[in-house]
Design a protein around this ligand. Structure first.
Ligand SMILES: Cc1ncc(COP(=O)(O)O)c(C=O)c1O
Length: 422
């Protein structure tokens, strides 16, 4: 039987949506910061810790360990299938997108004249800063591709990518402007010049299905917690031959076949990917939680989910555009492609920080969670002419009525500003 998408029914899986705080029910429009966790994820992890709990990998070979290792193998395969990877060996478990980007920035084999890294100015600090530090160390030359209204101009990108480019790194969906950036086209541009493409899927996978092989991206990263999974676990995907060309970033237990002696120093014989890139005991509980989050998302019909989120983004953008005291970032047709709608004040009395306090403390019966600030995307905020923006972000459980509650609250706040709010 064909499954249909039903956000209201899905909400039953999220006990925290029913939990009142200070007598107020939550209206959660901050899923880009972190998605709430469905029962299935929490129960999967509870079962793991209560009933399994041993250490997997090749460390111990008792029955407890073997069971945990079997789960980790299964999780790697299911995550690989979820993003369309060719093999489970292309999935490296990390602590999140940030660690994945740090790993790549450190370990990428920049060679000879091919030392440039091209990034868009939309990048989250977790992508920007590792490459920025690589540039400060003198490992790479950083080139920033400017965007307009959250749009990547592919001709401009093509003009910056050359035979000196080692890597192009770009977000698949900006955490400020939302939308969706064209990975397959960027991959073609990078590959024409012999460079690799790294995509940041942190904000993309919550409402899209990535297909890394169809888009032909070379590396991709994401965090479990933005999919409804646990904190502290994520993935670096890489084409197998490329992962095996990476240098050393984090080394330690679980990364070697053996350690010999070269006459002067211990001589490690490192394993290939993924084990060679996953030093230390993995976050097995987190990996199980990630697998449950992937299963949960996999069970949601993709077209229904996309339509639902596009409808919420369009409703928010349209409602905001009718309020001259605010200015929506990005174009309506782009916003429909993502799960985020941000705006900046266009009225002198509108203070995003004060507005945030209003949303949390001055509404009756509910509070509204959004995010206010620079969203760890300082480059993207340069030139916006506002120290802070307000971001609404959606997940499968978000409702149109929540967007309407937000717009009503905005009107309430704006009238209090006009009345000379202290
Ligand atoms: C677009 C984007 N990339 C990367 C990250 C970093 O994710 P994490 O902190 O889970 O590593 C975030 C988190 O907000 C993000 O929005």
């Amino acid at each position: 039987m064909k499954k249909t998408f039903d956000a209201v029914r899905l909400r039953a899986q999220y006990p925290c949506l029913r939990r009142e705080i200070e007598g107020k029910r939550p209206v959660y429009l901050d899923s880009a910061c972190t998605a709430l966790k469905p029962r299935r994820v929490a129960e999967g992890m509870r079962d793991f810790y209560l009933n399994r709990g041993g250490c997997g990998g090749k460390r111990s070979a008792n029955l407890f360990s073997r069971g945990v290792e079997a789960l980790a193998v299964q999780a790697r395969q299911e995550v690989a299938d979820f993003i369309g990877a060719g093999s489970a060996d292309e999935i490296v478990f990390t602590s999140g997108t940030t660690e994945a980007a740090n790993l790549l920035a450190h370990a990428f084999p920049y060679r000879g004249r091919r030392r440039e890294v091209v990034l868009t100015d939309l990048e989250h600090n977790s992508i920007l800063l590792p490459f920025c530090e690589a540039a400060r160390r003198g490992d790479v030359v950083l080139r920033i591709c400017p965007t307009r209204e959250g749009r990547l101009d592919l001709d401009r990108l093509a003009g910056m990518v050359s035979a000196r480019t080692a890597l192009v790194a770009m977000t698949r969906s900006s955490n400020v402007f939302g939308g969706a950036l064209p990975a397959a086209e960027a991959a073609r541009i990078a590959h024409r010049q012999g460079a690799c493409l790294f995509v940041d899927d942190a904000q993309y996978l919550s409402s899209h299905r990535e297909d890394v092989r169809a888009a032909d991206v070379d590396f991709a990263a994401f965090s479990a917690h933005k999919l409804g999974g646990p904190f502290g676990v994520g993935v670096l995907y890489g084409k197998r031959r490329l992962l095996n060309r990476l240098g050393r970033y984090k080394v330690g237990g679980g990364t070697v076949r053996s350690v010999g002696w070269d006459g002067k120093l211990p001589l490690p014989d490192y394993l290939g990917a993924p084990a060679g890139l996953e030093a230390g005991v993995p976050n097995f509980g987190g990996i199980v939680g990630l697998m449950e989050a992937v299963r949960f998302l996999r069970d949601i019909p993709e077209d229904g989910l996309r339509r639902h989120i596009a409808g919420l983004a369009a409703r928010a953008a349209e409602g905001l555009s009718r309020r001259p005291a605010v200015e929506v970032l990005g174009r309506p047709e782009d916003l429909r492609q993502g799960a985020i709608v941000s705006f900046k004040p266009a009225h002198a009395g509108f203070s995003p920080i004060d507005f945030n306090l209003y949303l949390n403390h001055e509404l009756r019966g509910h509070f509204i969670a959004v995010r206010v600030g620079e969203h760890c995307a300082h480059l993207a905020h340069r030139g916006l002419g506002a120290p802070a923006t307000v971001r609404l972000s959606f997940f499968a459980y978000s409702l149109a009525s929540e967007v309407d509650l937000f717009l009503d609250a905005l009107d309430g706040y704006l009238s209090s500003v006009r009345r000379g709010r202290a």
